[in-house]
Design a protein around this ligand. Sequence first.
Ligand SMILES: [Fe+2]
Length: 138
Amino acid sequence: MDIQWKDEFALGIGIIDDQHKKLIERTASFSRAVERGDTDGIGDTVNYLLAYALQHFGAEELIMIRNRYDRFKEHRDEHSWFIKEVYDVYCRMADPESLSPRELTDLRDFLVRWVLDHIMQKDRDIARCLPPRGAEKK
Ligand SMILES: [Fe+2]
């Protein structure tokens, strides 16, 4: 399943858009490792994705808090859910034999779809709580 940055994903919030590009790149690296059936690569890219997702979600949540975003709690739950899912994949990669290629592909498709849907729908709504462009709090 292909995933790459498209300009239509941009929210117009510079700091978040830059981080979303990186999040998509890391998701794409994971996706390619699954495609190749590269067990070591899957473990490394999941680790890399997990680390970046934590960092990015923290920054995004701080923007929401500072702007008193009315759906912050619901949004934070979505982030937590994603981290827990990726964490499960990371733990299971300690014993790669525990995941069949089919399970890995399904998990990959699921995570890729989550990232795209989240950026296109949930994150888009954050812009609603921000001051006019150029005046956003960092
Ligand atoms: Fe988000």
